[in-house]
Structures are given as structure tokens and as C-alpha cells.
Design a protein around this ligand. Structure first.
Ligand code: FPP
Length: 254
């Protein structure tokens, strides 16, 4: 049985988030510049987006550029921004064909104007699509997002829009850039690093974490299916006991 057939369509996560890592090392192994790795990383983005849409995943979030990535050499940042512009521009047609809606989280205003323009155009064009929602995390970091949320909450308290006693988990979630997006049930990181790197820290409170040594440009549909199958074989307890979870499952069956 091939890997895709092993996926239980009744137990699909709604939201999968991916830390795409290892582009630079992949390029270096091949004696090339880092940007060669990023360019080949786009192939993996295409494969995973297609696989997620085909299977029926509702949200796929890709960590494409972190707040910390602004500290990379200028020529790498420029090349990455150029790659974002050309990829978003070239792929919008495919997104439309596959009923994929594009969204972005992060400090979008800090992106160069051409990236913003292409991004907003594609977001607008695909906004009515009802299949997979592809969320690009761009100039994103959790600490930036949380700081920004706290500033806006404080402002809304000052202006009387909300009371401090109103603050609860739901209110906080609504002030994050992921507002309206369910928390990811599964977080994948490639390239053999065991870190979260300032990604979706609030949202992954109960996510299952999956690490693979595959470098991002080598990541293909089968690697994605493997992560999904691994996820489906885990027991998600949310602080409860195994017995409670099994009892609940039995009650649901009966
Ligand atoms: C991490 O590898 C990857 C990035 C910082 C950029 C990811 C971007 C792409 C895959 C291309 C554009 C994406 C979209 C969504 C159009 P790294 O450079 O940190 O690799 P290293 O850890 O081996 O140095």
C-alpha cells in the first residue's frame, strides 16, 4: 500500500504548520550559493501545497521569512524577496486552478513594496477560494506577534473598547495575526534541527511536533504523508489520561 493510501481521511488535522529549514545546507552540499537552495525550496512548497490540497487539509502555514531573517546578508534578503515576488506572481494561476486561498501572517508592512503589492493582489484574487488556505508567514515571529497584540489590547483598554477583565484566551487569540485560523494540530520541521525558532508559540500549545532530517528542498509529497501518518498514530491527550481518551472514543462509537 502506498503512503497516501495509509492516511485516514477521518483523522485529518485541520491545520499543518511547517518550518522549512535546510535550504542553505542543501545548496552548500551541492557546491552552490544559498539562494540556489531557496530556489529549489520553491519546488517543495509546490509539492506540499498540492499534497495538502489533494488530501483535504484546510490550512497549511509555511514559515517563509522570520523577523530574525532580516539579519542575513543583504544580497540573500534581496534574492529571497525577489524569489517571493516571482513565485507569488507565477503561482497565483495555479492557486486559482486548485481552489487555494492565499493568506499572510507577520509584519507585512515591513516587506518591500513589490512583495506587498504581489502578495495583496494574490490574496485578493484568491480570497473567494474554498479549498486549502495557504498561509505564508512573512517577516513573522511569535514574540513580534505577541508584543503587537499586547500593544493593541492595551490601546483598546485605554480607549474603553474592552475592559481588562474581558481578557481571556479567546480575546488574546483574536489579537494575533492568526485570528480566525485554527491552531495547528501538527508542526513539521525539516533539516534535523530540534527548535521552534519563534514560530507560532501561542498557537502550538497542543500541537504534535514532527522533526525530520530531510532538508527542505528534498521534501516531497511522500515526506509529507509520512509526517501525517506519524501524527495519526499518536494519542492526543490534552492533559487527560489515556483511559479517559479511550473511554470517550468508545462512547462515540456506541
Ligand atoms: C530556511 O533555510 C529557509 C528560509 C529562510 C526561506 C524559505 C523560503 C523558500 C522555501 C522560498 C520561497 C517560499 C515561498 C513560500 C514562495 P535556511 O536558509 O535557514 O537553511 P540552512 O539552515 O541550511 O542555512
Amino acid at each position: 500500500m502506498d503512503l497516501k493510501e495509509q492516511i485516514n481521511s477521518e483523522k485529518l488535522p485541520q491545520h499543518i504548520a511547517i518550518i522549512m529549514d535546510g535550504n542553505g545546507r542543501w545548496a552548500k552540499q551541492k557546491g552552490n550559493q544559498r539562494i540556489f537552495g531557496h530556489k529549489n525550496g520553491v519546488k517543495a512548497v509546490r509539492e506540499v501545497t498540492e499534497a495538502a490540497a489533494e488530501i483535504g487539509i484546510k490550512f497549511l502555514t509555511l514559515y517563509a521569512f522570520s523577523t530574525e531573517n532580516w539579519n542575513r546578508p543583504k544580497f540573500e534578503i534581496d534574492a529571497l524577496m525577489q524569489l517571493l515576488v516571482s513565485t507569488i506572481h507565477a503561482e497565483t494561476k495555479t492557486l486559482m486552478k486548485n481552489n487555494v486561498r492565499l493568506m499572510a501572517i507577520g509584519n507585512k508592512e515591513s516587506l518591500p513594496e513589490p512583495v506587498q503589492k504581489n502578495l495583496y493582489e494574490s490574496i485578493e484574487k484568491t480570497s473567494q477560494n474554498t479549498g486549502l488556505t495557504l498561509v505564508l508567514a512573512l517577516s513573522y515571529s511569535s514574540r513580534w506577534e505577541m508584543t503587537n497584540a499586547m500593544q493593541r489590547i492595551a490601546l483598546d483598554i485605554e480607549t474603553g473598547k474592552i475592559k481588562s477583565s474581558d481578557i481571556n484566551e479567546q480575546i488574546i487569540s483574536n489579537y494575533l495575526t492568526t485570528r480566525g485560523i485554527p491552531d495547528p494540530e501538527l508542526l513539521i520541521r525539516t533539516s534535523g534541527e530540534y527548535r521552534i525558532s519563534n514560530f507560532l508559540l501561542w498557537q502550538i500549545a497542543y500541537s504534535e511536533l514532527y522533526f525530520t532530517s530531510t532538508l527542505w528542498p528534498d521534501f516531497r509529497k511522500d515526506d509529507f504523508y509520512k509526517a501525517l501518518i506519524d501524527f495519526q498514530n499518536r494519542e492526543r491527550r490534552f492533559g487527560k489520561t489515556s483511559e479517559q481518551i479511550n473511554q470517550k472514543n468508545e462512547n462515540e462509537i456506541n
